[in-house]
Write a protein that binds this ligand. Structure first.
Ligand code: ISL
Length: 588
């Protein structure tokens, strides 16, 4: 039996709901979602059962990157409303028992932030060193790094004859975290929000704060003028010092939640961020499972490989068990919709959306559900590049069709699968015009399937994806094994079935998910039958004790708890297309 190595913690027992405010609900009628709109929909989030809202950036911003370019950290974006709207939202959320975490974007600011405006004025301006300015090299930029949004990571400033670094768009200059004044300003700003009552931060690109001294050239990347910048700006030499300082100065003084966005980390790297004894962050978002279907480059026809997915998620489950804490996510505002990506958004949309939920949210970690995921929303159905709004998408389209000879129709196909805008179409509230998101013209087109897929219809349908998510969230609250149990992967080499066990004290959970539209055979190291469960010969110590097996959840209606044919769970049982089952076995 798994022994109790866990300590209760509200951050581990919570479910987070991510809101992309621009696309959530437009109360003001200008086609853009806003804070008042979120406030009007708090009951919906309460009904779903989420405990915490993560708000993507709501700060003042010229919106080159939809708020990830902040020009004032202590003010609200015009389109989203006022500080008063924010205070009211926070108050209402708290009175419903919902916490709010903000997006903390401190690797860079907007080029319209007063610090950058000053910094740009001259080499001896007192804010010059708030950013990363360098002389050029051999008539070009200081090094060969590429921006994440295409083109060089450096922009030349004619007036001062130097370049500034921007890992993202040129309007998002990187802050210089080597400068203690920058760090002090950021900590002050964080305290200001926490003193207002916000409940934590999701920290944007937080593992990029510390750049390697000398900003060396990266190893050349074939077919491009760039080098591999990642070893010199991800998980850099002072990153843990900075985060420990941030923890000491800010985080440790409040009872809050912190999650760092950390692309390019292994489970061992992640432990350096989240091991409780290191006093840095509560958890991180890792991206191993988000890159698995790309062939190196994101702009491609993605190929899904379940064996790889199982390997990756299992490494994270096992790697952090008892030593750190996982975040669990299939979606966010940067990723395509999971039902279109790893599921089936045609005939099996509802079944596969539910299956994906069982597969991930029965694991150890804090779930982060992205708006619309709980409805089984699908990728956008844009036909023209003009319908896309995302800066990364437009830059890449231009770069690849103009400079890297990709045919426009190929690039359009890639975008339909991988563009960030797939996640950013408006939330589908009902079957009225514009999916009930706005009374005016939405800033980005709604998905044309909104008459079929929308919150109003799903709330009324007991068999909907929405009601299934509600059940999963409730089950997590009722069964500590889902939150704290150990994890063991079954059938690692099987190409279509993702099955695993969880164990806590005298209980075992069995999760089995069919990722295909064909029947698959479940192979178990033991048999379960209704009423009893017994370990059979050859099973590793501590597999399943004698006890009672009970169906916890299934996405097929015809499997009912307490009335289940034992054959459905025995080794050799068939799993129907996209079937997901989860059993709990209680030992004596
Ligand atoms: O979206 C990505 C690739 O398509 C990622 O590389 C993403 O840019 C990276 O994970 C950082 O994302 C975060 O910071 C960006 C912002 O555009 C993203 O929306 C945000 O999640 C810059 O602030």
């Amino acid at each position: 039996m798994g022994k109790q190595t866990w300590q209760r913690d509200w951050r581990k027992e919570s479910v987070v709901y991510q809101i992309y405010p621009r696309s959530f609900f437009d109360a003001s009628g200008d086609g853009i979602g806003d804070l008042k709109g979120i406030r009007q929909k708090l009951d919906y989030i309460k009904e779903l059962g989420a405990d915490i809202i993560w708000l993507c950036p709501i700060y003042k911003s010229p919106n080159h990157d939809n708020g990830y370019d902040i020009s004032n950290y202590r003010d609200i974006m015009d389109e989203f409303g006022t500080m008063r709207d924010f205070d009211e939202l926070l108050q209402d959320a708290h009175s419903l028992g919902i916490k709010i975490m903000l997006d903390l974007v401190v690797n860079h600011t907007s080029s319209e932030h007063p610090w950058f405006i000053e910094s740009k004025k001259s080499k001896d301006n007192s804010y010059r060193d708030y950013y990363i300015w360098r002389d050029g090299k051999n008539g070009g930029p200081p090094n060969n790094w590429e921006s994440f949004f295409s083109g060089p990571a450096w922009t030349y400033d004619d007036a001062s004859k130097q370049y500034y670094l921007h890992l993202f768009e040129k309007n998002q200059p990187d802050l210089n975290w080597e400068n203690p004044d920058v760090r002090a300003e950021i900590y002050d700003m964080m305290k200001w929000w926490l003193d207002k009552g916000v409940d934590g931060f999701r920290m944007d690109t937080i593992n990029m704060l510390s750049k390697s001294p000398g900003l060396p050239d990266g190893k050349p990347i074939l077919g491009t003028p760039y080098g591999d910048r990642n070893p010199y700006m991800m998980n850099g030499p002072r990153i843990h010092e900075f985060l420990q300082e941030m923890n000491r100065e800010v985080l440790s003084r409040y009872d809050i939640i912190s999650v760092g966005e950390t692309p390019d980390v292994t489970p061992d790297d992640a432990l350096l961020y989240v091991s409780p004894k290191r006093n840095e962050l509560n958890m991180v978002f890792q991206f191993d499972h988000m890159g698995l279907d790309y062939e190196g480059l994101k702009w491609c026809d993605p190929v899904f490989d379940l064996v790889k997915l199982k390997k990756i998620l299992s490494q994270w489950q096992i790697g952090l068990n008892g030593r750190g804490w996982n975040s669990l996510f299939w979606n966010n505002h940067d990723q395509p919709r999971v039902v279109s990506r790893f599921g089936n958004d045609g005939q099996y949309r509802v079944l596969s959306a539910k299956m994906l939920a069982v597969c991930l949210y029965m694991m150890q970690g804090t779930p982060y559900i992205y708006q619309g995921e709980e409805l089984g929303m699908t990728n956008a159905d844009f036909k023209s590049i003009k319908q896309y709004r995302d800066i990364e998408t437009h830059n890449a389209y231009y770069e690849f069709t103009q400079n890297r000879s990709v045919a426009p129709e190929d690039m359009m196909r890639y975008l339909s699968k991988v563009s960030r805008d797939n996640a950013r179409t408006p939330m589908q509230w009902d079957g009225t015009e514009n999916a009930g998101f706005t009374k005016s013209v939405p800033w980005i087109s709604v998905n044309s399937n909104y008459r079929e897929i929308n919150a109003e219809a799903e709330r009324l349908d007991s068999d909907s994806v929405f009601n299934f998510y509600k059940t999963i969230i409730r089950l997590r609250k009722e069964n500590p094994i889902i939150i704290y149990g150990d994890y063991e992967l079954l059938m690692p080499e099987d190409k279509a079935v993702f099955a695993y066990l969880r164990r806590l004290e005298n209980k075992t959970l069995l999760v089995a998910c069919n990722f295909s539209e064909n029947e698959q055979v479940l192979e178990l190291p033991f048999d379960l039958s209704v009423g009893t469960a017994g370990a059979v010969g050859g099973v590793a110590e501590g597999a399943v004790a004698e006890g009672t097996a009970r169906l916890l959840i299934s996405n097929y209606q015809s499997v009912e708890s307490g009335n289940v044919k034992s054959s459905r769970i025995k080794s050799g049982a068939a799993l129907r297309p996209y079937e997901a089952v989860c059993w709990i076995v209680e030992g004596k």
